[in-house]
Design a protein around this ligand. Structure first.
Ligand code: FAD
Ligand code: SIN
Length: 531
């Protein structure tokens, strides 16, 4: 398959970029790969909404910039924060023009509030904002005949000079991307996609932990592919745990999210005996930034020896609560909790990867002809802790910037000749799937116990020792077994776990989302961890 533009991923980052290109150039072919169906992505599950300065009487770009920098705890790139905040409202207006609906009060948008925001600036569609955005983007992309969405295509590796027989190391200058090898899940064949330019938009890494709000597709494939191709990744230790996933004793994968917007609406965090506890940890109480609230809940769970803490919404108006949070209300009821008469049991769960493929201010990675956008990228916006509802915004702003840069250069780019087809020689069908499923379970357990909300040198060392064993076993399996999505995901998750753990071990301080009992304070001058 030869194309002008290859997009790996069909969430908000991949689709908004594809639409922007198609709007300007109907003569360019754009191929979008998604590993399951076209509407399955992290984007689809976003609840709270998109943060953007909308009410200029009360809010300002300066306030949004300051809130983002404050949450990022000293590691945000200020120039990137300013770009995203200032360009954000125009990008949000574009998705409204493409058919995205946000809730209104009369003529004005109903702006919500979430932790770390000093003003109401979250545009939302009930508690289903992501579903609505994904719906609108898929519908809009169908209007362009030159956008081709391929469902059930699993990108396995990007193609570089390595596939032409070169010996590529992390020090090789000018590594180039020529496209990717992708597994057609329906035929089981690996197909070669060659492109003038490639955009990585594969989303998050949440499935590396046992408890996560991320859907099962979130296995960090893009970050792992780029790291294997010797591209640069950064800030991987900053894994955001959402403070309030619904605690369901019978277990869910993914864990259902109880949006931070519920706290913005007046929900209060409480101990099992119904007492508030957040004032012990931060004057902003239940609406402090996520890193602080997640650690506070974790600490109270340890004090109480309890499996969860509670979110009290019993004082809120039932009709208004249901109008804003119908999905959350129905989900709670389905497991026997009535938010109007019972406190909602909540537990922190892995939610967002702040780090990823290192990119510059227009989304270029360290590999030539390869951009990255959305959750798989690290732009410098989030620093050590992402401000709530800034990620959908980041994907839109960078999707637009990458589209402009692509359009400027595409006519001078060529498709590489002489790329070999995938070589599956020497592999046989897997005899025992249990080898893959058990290793995946082991990996999630070790990440949850040793590299979770609270870390220490001993735990990180233990995790790295175990990870080396899992790495060797998985590589052996990969080199001898016919490729399957499960095996590729395990291989990618092992890489992601290694990147998180090694970055965490390198950071000898506590900052933002990274807290270690061995270095409980921030150190001056510590910079981003680039691997
Ligand atoms: P995704 O939307 O995850 O899309 C990834 C795409 O890549 C998918 O199409 C997938 O099939 C494809 N893909 C992955 N690997 C491969 C592969 N190997 N081959 C081919 N295709 C592949 N953010 C906010 O700003 N506001 C919110 O309110 C909010 N709420 C959230 C609630 C939940 C429950 C979750 C999980 C996240 C939330 N987030 C929120 C975060 C936000 O939704 C994500 O960061 C964002 O949607 C990521 O978009 P993306 O386009 O980068 O990736
Ligand atoms: C939420 O609704 O709490 C999630 C918002 C986000 O992750 O940005």
């Amino acid at each position: 398959m030869k194309t002008d533009i290859l997009v790996i991923g069909g969430g908000i980052a991949g689709l908004s970029f594809a639409i922007k290109i198609a709007q300007k150039r109907s003569d360019l072919r754009i191929d979008v790969l998604t590993k399951t169906v076209e509407n399955e992505s992290n984007t689809r599950y976003a609840q709270g909404g998109v943060a953007a300065v909308w009410d200029f009487d009360k809010d300002s770009f300066q306030k949004h910039v300051e809130d983002t920098l404050d949450a990022g705890d000293g590691l945000c790139k200020q120039s990137i924060v300013e770009i995203v905040v200032n360009e954000g409202p125009q990008r949000v207006q574009e998705i409204i023009d493409w058919g995205t609906r946000f809730d209104k009060h009369g003529e004005d948008y109903d702006l919500g509030r979430e932790g770390g925001h000093t003003e109401n600036r979250i545009l939302h569609y009930k508690d289903l904002t992501g579903w609505e955005i994904q719906r609108a983007l898929v519908a809009e992309s169908k209007r362009y005949a030159n956008i081709h969405i391929h469902e059930h295509y699993f990108a396995v590796d990007i193609i570089t000079q390595h596939h032409l027989g070169w010996n590529i190391t992390r020090l090789t200058p000018d590594i180039e991307c020529y496209g990717c090898y992708a597994l057609n899940k329906k035929t089981g064949e690996i197909e070669t996609f060659l492109a003038k330019t490639t955009m990585m938009a594969t989303g998050g890494t949440g499935q590396v932990y046992k408890n996560t709000t991320n859907p099962v597709i979130a296995t960090g494939d893009g970050i792992a592919m780029v790291y294997r191709a010797k591209g640069r990744v950064s800030d991987m230790e900053f894994v955001q745990f959402h403070p309030t996933a619904l605690y369901n004793p019978s277990g869910d994968n993914p864990n259902f999210l109880v949006s931070e917007a519920v706290r913005g609406f007046g929900g209060i965090l409480k101990t099992p005996d119904g007492k508030e506890f957040m004032e012990k940890y931060d004057p902003r109480k239940s609406l402090a930034p996520r890193d602080i609230v997640a650690r506070a809940i974790d600490s109270e769970m340890k004090i109480w020896g309890s499996e969860c803490m509670y979110l009290d919404c019993r004082h809120l108006d039932k009709e208004a609560f249901y109008a804003h949070f119908p999905t959350i209300y129905d989900k709670c009821k389905s497991i026997g909790i009535d938010p109007m008469t019972d406190m909602i049991p909540v537990v922190p769960a892995c939610h967002y990867q702040c780090g990823g493929i290192l990119v510059d201010e227009i989304g270029k990675s360290s590999i030539k002809n390869l951009y990255a956008c959305g959750e798989c990228s690290c732009t410098g916006l989030h620093g050590a802790n992402r401000l709530a509802s800034n990620s959908l915004l980041e994907a839109l702003v960078f999707g637009h910037r990458i589209a402009n840069d692509t359009l400027e250069h595409i006519d001078s780019q060529e498709i590489k000749k002489g790329i070999p087809n995938w070589n599956a020689a020497g592999t046989t069908d897997p005899q025992e799937m249990v080898l893959i499923t058990q290793s995946t379970k082991e990996l999630k357990d070790l990440m949850s116990y040793y590299v979770g909300i609270v870390r220490s040198n001993v735990r990180l060392k233990r995790a790295l020792d175990r990870l080396f064993i899992l790495y060797r076993e998985t590589e052996d399996l990969y080199n001898t077994t016919t490729i399957s999505p499960q095996l590729c995901e395990l291989r990618n998750l092992v890489t992601i776990a290694y990147l998180i753990t090694r970055s965490a071990a390198t950071r000898r301080e506590s900052r933002g989302l990274h807290f270690t009992t061995d270095y409980p304070n921030e150190q001056p001058f510590l910079q981003n961890t680039i691997l």
